[in-house]
Design a binder for this molecule. Structure first.
Ligand SMILES: [Zn+2]
Length: 95
């Protein structure tokens, strides 16, 4: 029984926000993927192939994202305004 907690952690892989570096389960994040063609997009299925990075579903992290350049670092390229707009749209629908 005393191993219970360890097992729960092992079965719940954590993701990390590129802005605030908070770790949590993927349900609390928006996943953004860069695929092999170099397209960067929001992955609502969490299953798209490619390099993934995560941001918290909240406006604070979104507002800091552009300055922080977390996705630029994760994907090693510039992030388009379209993607920032799309993320903003995603987060605004959560209210
Ligand atoms: Zn965050």
């Amino acid at each position: 029984m005393f191993n219970n907690k360890k097992e729960i952690i092992a079965h719940t892989p954590t993701r990390m926000c590129v802005v605030c570096r908070k770790r949590d389960s993927k349900n609390n994040f928006i996943r953004v993927v860069k695929n092999k063609r170099g397209d960067i997009f929001i992955d609502k299925s969490f299953k798209a192939q490619g390099r993934g990075a995560y941001i918290c579903k909240n406006k604070d992290c979104l507002l800091l994202l552009k300055k922080n350049k977390g996705f630029n670092r994760s994907f090693k390229c510039e992030i388009s305004d379209e993607l920032y707009q799309a993320l903003k749209g995603e987060i605004e629908t959560l209210d």
